[in-house]
Design a protein around this ligand. Sequence first.
Ligand code: GTP
Ligand code: MG
Length: 197
Amino acid sequence: MQIRSAEFKCSNTRTEKLPPPTLPEYAFIGRSNVGKSSLINMLTGKKGLAKTSQTPGKTQLINHFLINENWYVVDLPGYGYAKVSRSSREEWERFIRYYIRNRESLQCVFVLIDSRLEPQKPDLKFCSWLGEEGIPFLLVFTKADKQSKVKTMGNVAKFNKAMLEYFEEVPAIYITSSETQEGREEILATIDDINKG
Ligand code: GTP
Ligand code: MG
């Protein structure tokens, strides 16, 4: 799919103020600092579109970006960020869960996983929650440029194995790098297919 336009639409702290659910929407979620905002910039080809940072917890709002004037990418705050207070973390988690459960235009959730790490509990827990809720999701392994292919594939295999304790089959997997653009075409093709119904 060609990206002809990508523009910031709105930032929200409350679901009531989200844009009307009239266009297909794809949410990107994962732990703080996993590379959600960078991936959105890489996919859209617009470097400064979503704010990125070396400091975890940068994205604290639900940000909507309108792509090709006919679908939305949504940048969600990261889960599991230790430096915010427990109560505000819990409030955010409630909010994000509410959004994911109730957003009728949400087509699927892209769950981002750091490809450098062995399977992490918060990721597995979040995926199992999506499964219980019947929310379609896909797995995106990020930062593949940071280590060898062998290391990446080893961590992917371990994650798959851990997922099989919760699921009968593992969802689609994408290996990505915001630096080298690995995985870009595959993710855009998936979104294009869903948009076309
Ligand atoms: P929060 O909004 O804080 O939850 O973080 P985020 O998930 O949006 O992460 P962000 O995109 O801000 O990236 C975090 C850091 O990782 C930044 O320093 C990025 O430059 C770096 N980074 C993200 N993706 C990649 C990647 O594919 N390769 C490399 N080498 N660095 C990456
Ligand atoms: Mg971010």
